[in-house]
Design a protein around this ligand. Structure first.
Ligand SMILES: Cc1cc2nc3c(=O)[nH]c(=O)nc-3n(C[C@H](O)[C@H](O)[C@H](O)COP(=O)(O)O)c2cc1C
Length: 233
């Protein structure tokens, strides 16, 4: 193993930028029609492919949707699931139907992200937790999301669809599985805060309530102190 002493430390500015990109990343659902350049898209997919994965499995596959009629079919699948989700939400049905939950028809690029087939051959890190393949794909999507934000490109993660219907629609093999539909493109402005917060649908929890030490504690018992202590310390 080589020592990392020769590795240049990141500057304060570079560190700040990393945190800033994370803070300013947003799930976007409004897009401008301007196309994304192929080289830019290749850079973003390169960022996704840099992600960590269980046993270096790299289970991610990216399908770029170019046929307009396929895009419309994907939108139809999402629309059908949106209605079913609204019905399942019962008393929040109308409120949900007013939310904008995708930008499939407007965005410059539409990507389907999937888990490859034959994943059972990968056992390292998955014997007791096979879902680590899905966790790995989520890491790739987050890399893509952050790289896109750094490049001033908006991205929206859509998960409202029947994954089996989408798998069949785009001729994915049996055993593979759709994870996400990603809308990507330039935007007029990034939302200041999550759109679901702006619409009063949900709010970010307090970090202090989510961090515990040693043992899981009853949520109604004494509040956590890790974050407050770290900030003070
Ligand atoms: C796994 C996953 C699936 C999501 N699916 C959808 C979706 O189907 N439609 C949608 O509008 N937003 C979706 N989102 C975006 C979330 O609503 C969004 O990340 C959250 O409200 C916080 O907002 P922010 O990403 O702007 O910080 C998804 C996000 C994740 C991580």
């Amino acid at each position: 193993m080589k020592s990392n002493r020769s590795i240049r430390a990141f500057t304060r500015q570079e560190i700040k930028t990393v945190y800033r990109v994370m803070a300013m990343r947003r799930d976007m659902r409004h897009f401008l029609p301007d196309p994304l350049d192929d080289a830019l898209l290749a850079r973003l997919l390169g960022a996704a492919h840099m992600a960590p994965s269980v046993g270096l499995m790299q289970p991610w596959r990216f399908i770029r949707i170019r046929e307009p009629k396929l895009r419309v079919s994907i939108h139809t699948l999402v629309e059908s699931e949106r209605v079913k989700t609204a019905q399942a939400l019962a008393e929040r049905e109308d409120e949900f139907m007013r939310l904008k939950v995708e930008g499939i028809l407007e965005c410059a690029e539409l990507l389907v992200v999937a888990l490859a087939n034959n994943r059972e051959a990968h056992i390292f890190g998955r014997r007791t937790m096979p879902e680590m393949d899905l966790a790995s794909v989520a890491c790739a999507i987050q890399n893509l999301w952050l790289a896109a934000r750094a490049e001033n490109v908006g991205m929206g993660w859509v998960s409202l669809f029947d994954p089996e219907a989408l798998r069949l629609l785009i001729h994915m093999p049996e055993g593979s599985r759709v994870v996400a539909v990603l809308c990507m493109g330039y935007v007029a402005a990034f939302y200041q805060s999550p759109m679901l917060e702006e619409a009063n649908w949900a709010h970010r929890l307090e970090l202090n309530d989510l961090v515990q030490t040693d043992y899981w504690r009853d949520e109604n018992a004494t509040p956590g102190s890790f974050y407050a202590a770290s900030v003070k310390g």
